[in-house]
Design a protein around this ligand. Structure first.
Ligand SMILES: [Zn+2]
Ligand SMILES: [Zn+2]
Length: 300
Protein backbone atom coordinates (compact mmCIF):
# COMPACT_ATOMS: atom_id res chain seq x y z
CA UNK A 1 0.00 0.00 0.00
CA UNK A 2 1.32 3.45 -0.96
CA UNK A 3 0.42 6.79 0.55
CA UNK A 4 1.45 10.27 -0.56
CA UNK A 5 0.16 13.41 1.13
CA UNK A 6 -0.34 15.98 -1.65
CA UNK A 7 -0.90 18.65 1.01
CA UNK A 8 -2.06 18.69 4.61
CA UNK A 9 -3.38 21.59 6.68
CA UNK A 10 -6.06 24.25 6.99
CA UNK A 11 -5.10 25.59 3.54
CA UNK A 12 -6.18 22.37 1.87
CA UNK A 13 -5.99 18.60 2.28
CA UNK A 14 -5.60 15.78 -0.21
CA UNK A 15 -3.99 12.37 0.26
CA UNK A 16 -3.31 9.79 -2.43
CA UNK A 17 -3.51 6.08 -1.56
CA UNK A 18 -2.91 3.17 -3.91
CA UNK A 19 -3.28 -0.51 -3.20
CA UNK A 20 -4.43 -3.66 -5.06
CA UNK A 21 -4.72 -1.65 -8.29
CA UNK A 22 -7.11 0.88 -6.74
CA UNK A 23 -6.20 4.57 -6.68
CA UNK A 24 -7.98 6.85 -4.26
CA UNK A 25 -7.89 10.44 -3.11
CA UNK A 26 -8.91 11.32 0.42
CA UNK A 27 -10.38 14.83 0.57
CA UNK A 28 -10.55 17.51 -2.09
CA UNK A 29 -9.00 20.63 -0.60
CA UNK A 30 -6.66 21.52 -3.50
CA UNK A 31 -7.68 23.06 -6.80
CA UNK A 32 -8.17 20.70 -9.70
CA UNK A 33 -5.01 21.93 -11.43
CA UNK A 34 -2.87 21.63 -8.31
CA UNK A 35 -4.19 18.14 -7.59
CA UNK A 36 -3.51 17.05 -11.18
CA UNK A 37 -0.02 18.63 -11.24
CA UNK A 38 1.04 17.12 -7.93
CA UNK A 39 -0.22 13.68 -8.93
CA UNK A 40 1.61 14.03 -12.27
CA UNK A 41 4.82 14.85 -10.38
CA UNK A 42 4.38 11.46 -8.72
CA UNK A 43 3.82 9.81 -12.10
CA UNK A 44 0.06 9.46 -11.59
CA UNK A 45 -2.53 10.53 -14.14
CA UNK A 46 -5.46 12.13 -12.32
CA UNK A 47 -7.83 10.37 -14.74
CA UNK A 48 -6.69 7.06 -13.27
CA UNK A 49 -8.13 7.88 -9.83
CA UNK A 50 -11.04 5.55 -9.01
CA UNK A 51 -12.72 7.60 -6.29
CA UNK A 52 -12.44 10.70 -4.11
CA UNK A 53 -13.62 10.20 -0.53
CA UNK A 54 -14.57 13.22 1.56
CA UNK A 55 -14.03 13.19 5.33
CA UNK A 56 -16.15 16.20 6.35
CA UNK A 57 -17.73 19.45 5.26
CA UNK A 58 -14.99 21.94 6.19
CA UNK A 59 -13.66 23.94 3.25
CA UNK A 60 -10.09 22.64 3.49
CA UNK A 61 -11.40 19.10 2.79
CA UNK A 62 -14.33 19.54 0.43
CA UNK A 63 -13.93 22.83 -1.47
CA UNK A 64 -12.75 21.36 -4.76
CA UNK A 65 -14.85 18.18 -4.85
CA UNK A 66 -17.08 19.69 -7.55
CA UNK A 67 -14.10 20.66 -9.70
CA UNK A 68 -12.51 17.21 -9.44
CA UNK A 69 -15.85 15.69 -10.37
CA UNK A 70 -16.63 17.94 -13.35
CA UNK A 71 -13.18 18.57 -14.77
CA UNK A 72 -11.74 15.08 -14.36
CA UNK A 73 -14.93 13.05 -14.12
CA UNK A 74 -13.90 11.61 -10.75
CA UNK A 75 -16.56 9.85 -8.65
CA UNK A 76 -17.14 11.58 -5.31
CA UNK A 77 -17.98 9.59 -2.18
CA UNK A 78 -19.45 11.59 0.68
CA UNK A 79 -22.11 11.26 3.38
CA UNK A 80 -25.47 12.84 2.68
CA UNK A 81 -25.20 15.19 5.65
CA UNK A 82 -21.68 16.29 4.70
CA UNK A 83 -22.86 16.91 1.14
CA UNK A 84 -25.84 18.99 2.30
CA UNK A 85 -23.75 21.12 4.66
CA UNK A 86 -20.95 21.51 2.15
CA UNK A 87 -23.25 22.61 -0.66
CA UNK A 88 -24.99 25.06 1.68
CA UNK A 89 -21.81 26.67 2.94
CA UNK A 90 -19.34 26.40 0.05
CA UNK A 91 -19.58 26.91 -3.67
CA UNK A 92 -19.06 23.41 -4.90
CA UNK A 93 -21.00 23.79 -8.13
CA UNK A 94 -23.04 21.17 -9.90
CA UNK A 95 -22.61 17.41 -9.49
CA UNK A 96 -23.74 14.95 -12.15
CA UNK A 97 -24.07 12.06 -9.80
CA UNK A 98 -22.76 11.50 -6.35
CA UNK A 99 -22.11 8.41 -4.25
CA UNK A 100 -23.37 8.50 -0.70
CA UNK A 101 -22.01 6.43 2.13
CA UNK A 102 -22.99 6.44 5.77
CA UNK A 103 -20.73 7.20 8.66
CA UNK A 104 -19.80 3.82 10.15
CA UNK A 105 -20.04 1.91 6.89
CA UNK A 106 -17.51 -0.24 5.12
CA UNK A 107 -16.93 0.66 1.48
CA UNK A 108 -15.56 -2.02 -0.80
CA UNK A 109 -13.38 -1.02 -3.74
CA UNK A 110 -12.08 -4.11 -5.52
CA UNK A 111 -10.12 -6.06 -2.93
CA UNK A 112 -9.90 -3.27 -0.40
CA UNK A 113 -12.22 -2.29 2.39
CA UNK A 114 -12.46 1.27 3.64
CA UNK A 115 -14.16 1.95 6.94
CA UNK A 116 -15.58 5.42 7.55
CA UNK A 117 -15.25 5.96 11.28
CA UNK A 118 -17.11 8.81 13.02
CA UNK A 119 -14.96 11.48 14.64
CA UNK A 120 -15.55 13.90 17.51
CA UNK A 121 -14.53 16.86 15.29
CA UNK A 122 -17.05 19.71 14.99
CA UNK A 123 -18.20 18.93 11.45
CA UNK A 124 -21.74 18.03 10.38
CA UNK A 125 -20.96 14.33 9.98
CA UNK A 126 -17.18 13.93 10.08
CA UNK A 127 -15.37 10.66 9.58
CA UNK A 128 -11.82 9.42 9.40
CA UNK A 129 -10.83 6.45 7.25
CA UNK A 130 -9.17 3.08 7.66
CA UNK A 131 -8.03 1.39 4.45
CA UNK A 132 -7.62 -2.38 4.70
CA UNK A 133 -6.18 -4.43 1.83
CA UNK A 134 -6.42 -7.74 3.67
CA UNK A 135 -2.81 -7.57 4.79
CA UNK A 136 -2.16 -4.03 5.97
CA UNK A 137 -4.25 -1.31 7.49
CA UNK A 138 -3.71 2.41 7.01
CA UNK A 139 -5.48 5.16 8.95
CA UNK A 140 -6.16 8.64 7.53
CA UNK A 141 -6.99 10.46 10.72
CA UNK A 142 -6.98 14.25 10.62
CA UNK A 143 -9.58 16.61 12.10
CA UNK A 144 -10.34 14.20 14.93
CA UNK A 145 -11.48 16.35 17.81
CA UNK A 146 -10.80 14.76 21.17
CA UNK A 147 -12.51 12.11 23.22
CA UNK A 148 -10.91 13.09 26.49
CA UNK A 149 -10.41 16.45 28.06
CA UNK A 150 -7.22 18.24 27.20
CA UNK A 151 -6.92 18.90 30.97
CA UNK A 152 -6.16 15.26 31.67
CA UNK A 153 -3.46 15.30 29.03
CA UNK A 154 -1.91 18.41 30.51
CA UNK A 155 -1.98 16.98 34.04
CA UNK A 156 -0.29 13.86 32.76
CA UNK A 157 2.44 15.99 31.30
CA UNK A 158 2.89 18.12 34.43
CA UNK A 159 2.02 21.28 32.59
CA UNK A 160 0.90 24.38 34.39
CA UNK A 161 -1.56 25.31 31.67
CA UNK A 162 -4.62 23.47 32.96
CA UNK A 163 -6.70 26.60 32.74
CA UNK A 164 -6.73 26.04 28.97
CA UNK A 165 -9.69 23.75 29.37
CA UNK A 166 -11.80 26.32 31.19
CA UNK A 167 -15.06 26.87 29.41
CA UNK A 168 -14.74 23.66 27.43
CA UNK A 169 -18.20 22.38 26.69
CA UNK A 170 -19.28 18.94 27.80
CA UNK A 171 -19.11 16.47 24.97
CA UNK A 172 -22.64 15.81 23.91
CA UNK A 173 -21.77 13.81 20.82
CA UNK A 174 -23.26 10.40 20.81
CA UNK A 175 -23.34 7.55 18.38
CA UNK A 176 -25.17 4.31 18.89
CA UNK A 177 -23.85 1.85 16.37
CA UNK A 178 -20.77 -0.30 16.80
CA UNK A 179 -20.97 -1.78 13.34
CA UNK A 180 -17.82 -0.15 12.06
CA UNK A 181 -15.76 -2.23 14.44
CA UNK A 182 -17.33 -5.51 13.37
CA UNK A 183 -14.72 -7.93 12.20
CA UNK A 184 -11.68 -6.35 13.68
CA UNK A 185 -12.46 -5.40 17.24
CA UNK A 186 -14.45 -7.97 19.16
CA UNK A 187 -15.17 -6.03 22.30
CA UNK A 188 -17.94 -3.55 22.46
CA UNK A 189 -16.60 -0.03 22.58
CA UNK A 190 -18.69 2.69 24.05
CA UNK A 191 -19.12 5.55 21.60
CA UNK A 192 -16.40 8.15 21.99
CA UNK A 193 -15.01 6.44 25.04
CA UNK A 194 -11.76 7.91 26.33
CA UNK A 195 -9.82 5.32 24.40
CA UNK A 196 -11.88 5.57 21.18
CA UNK A 197 -8.98 6.62 18.96
CA UNK A 198 -6.52 4.31 20.70
CA UNK A 199 -8.75 1.34 19.81
CA UNK A 200 -8.61 2.27 16.16
CA UNK A 201 -4.87 3.00 16.08
CA UNK A 202 -4.08 -0.31 17.81
CA UNK A 203 -5.24 -2.10 14.63
CA UNK A 204 -3.16 -0.03 12.19
CA UNK A 205 0.12 -0.59 10.37
CA UNK A 206 0.48 2.97 9.06
CA UNK A 207 -1.04 6.26 10.12
CA UNK A 208 -1.49 9.79 8.83
CA UNK A 209 -2.64 11.72 11.89
CA UNK A 210 -3.10 15.34 12.82
CA UNK A 211 -0.63 16.98 15.19
CA UNK A 212 -2.23 20.36 14.88
CA UNK A 213 -0.93 22.71 17.54
CA UNK A 214 1.58 23.37 20.25
CA UNK A 215 -0.35 24.07 23.43
CA UNK A 216 1.89 26.94 24.51
CA UNK A 217 1.86 28.60 21.09
CA UNK A 218 -1.92 28.41 20.82
CA UNK A 219 -2.31 29.75 24.33
CA UNK A 220 0.00 32.74 23.83
CA UNK A 221 -0.82 33.32 20.15
CA UNK A 222 -3.05 35.91 18.52
CA UNK A 223 -6.17 33.84 17.81
CA UNK A 224 -9.43 35.17 19.25
CA UNK A 225 -10.42 33.47 22.52
CA UNK A 226 -13.41 31.69 20.92
CA UNK A 227 -11.21 30.18 18.23
CA UNK A 228 -8.65 29.03 20.80
CA UNK A 229 -11.48 27.41 22.76
CA UNK A 230 -12.78 25.72 19.63
CA UNK A 231 -9.40 24.26 18.71
CA UNK A 232 -8.69 22.86 22.18
CA UNK A 233 -12.31 21.84 22.80
CA UNK A 234 -13.95 18.50 22.08
CA UNK A 235 -14.64 19.29 18.46
CA UNK A 236 -11.28 20.83 17.64
CA UNK A 237 -7.89 19.39 16.76
CA UNK A 238 -5.26 17.34 18.57
CA UNK A 239 -2.15 19.00 19.95
CA UNK A 240 1.37 17.65 19.54
CA UNK A 241 1.37 16.14 23.03
CA UNK A 242 -1.99 14.45 22.59
CA UNK A 243 -1.05 12.91 19.25
CA UNK A 244 2.32 11.73 20.56
CA UNK A 245 0.61 10.13 23.57
CA UNK A 246 -1.92 8.42 21.31
CA UNK A 247 0.87 6.96 19.20
CA UNK A 248 2.82 5.90 22.28
CA UNK A 249 -0.20 4.17 23.81
CA UNK A 250 -1.64 2.57 20.72
CA UNK A 251 0.90 2.59 17.91
CA UNK A 252 2.37 -0.82 18.73
CA UNK A 253 2.00 -2.16 15.20
CA UNK A 254 2.78 1.05 13.34
CA UNK A 255 5.54 0.87 10.78
CA UNK A 256 5.42 4.67 10.59
CA UNK A 257 3.35 7.68 11.54
CA UNK A 258 3.01 10.74 9.33
CA UNK A 259 2.12 13.91 11.26
CA UNK A 260 -0.12 16.32 9.43
CA UNK A 261 -2.66 19.15 9.55
CA UNK A 262 0.03 21.21 11.29
CA UNK A 263 -1.10 24.72 12.16
CA UNK A 264 0.72 27.60 10.49
CA UNK A 265 0.11 29.99 13.39
CA UNK A 266 0.25 27.68 16.40
CA UNK A 267 2.93 25.15 15.55
CA UNK A 268 6.28 24.61 13.89
CA UNK A 269 8.03 21.53 12.57
CA UNK A 270 10.53 21.84 15.40
CA UNK A 271 7.76 22.00 18.01
CA UNK A 272 6.11 18.94 16.44
CA UNK A 273 9.33 16.94 16.43
CA UNK A 274 10.39 18.05 19.93
CA UNK A 275 7.07 16.92 21.44
CA UNK A 276 6.98 13.64 19.56
CA UNK A 277 10.62 12.78 20.15
CA UNK A 278 10.29 13.51 23.85
CA UNK A 279 7.34 11.15 24.16
CA UNK A 280 8.17 8.54 21.51
CA UNK A 281 11.96 8.54 21.68
CA UNK A 282 14.45 9.10 18.91
CA UNK A 283 13.85 5.92 16.92
CA UNK A 284 10.14 5.88 16.16
CA UNK A 285 9.69 6.34 12.37
CA UNK A 286 8.06 9.75 11.98
CA UNK A 287 7.39 11.80 8.92
CA UNK A 288 5.80 15.25 8.52
CA UNK A 289 3.19 16.09 5.89
CA UNK A 290 3.82 19.50 4.33
CA UNK A 291 1.24 22.30 4.41
CA UNK A 292 2.42 23.42 0.99
CA UNK A 293 3.47 20.51 -1.16
CA UNK A 294 3.83 16.79 -1.79
CA UNK A 295 5.40 14.80 1.02
CA UNK A 296 7.47 11.66 0.84
CA UNK A 297 6.02 8.39 -0.45
CA UNK A 298 5.25 6.11 2.48
CA UNK A 299 4.66 2.41 1.98
CA UNK A 300 3.29 -0.57 3.87
ZN1 LIG B 1 -9.07 20.41 8.27
ZN1 LIG C 1 -12.18 20.23 9.95
Amino acid sequence: MKMISLQSGSNGNCTFVETCGIRLLFDAGLTGDTTAKRLAKCGIDIQSIHAVLISHDHADHVNCAGVLHRKFNLPIWITQKTYEHATQHHRLGRFGDINFFKSGENLIFGKIRITAIPTAHDAADGVCFVIDNGEKRLGIMTDLGRTKSITSILQKNNSSQNELAAGEKKNDLCISSQKYFAGFVEQKISAFSDDYYERIILTLDGLLIESNFDIGMLSSGGYPVELKERIRGKGGHLSNIETANLIKLAGKKLKWACLGHISKENNTHNAVLDSHREILGSKFPLSIASRYDISELLEL
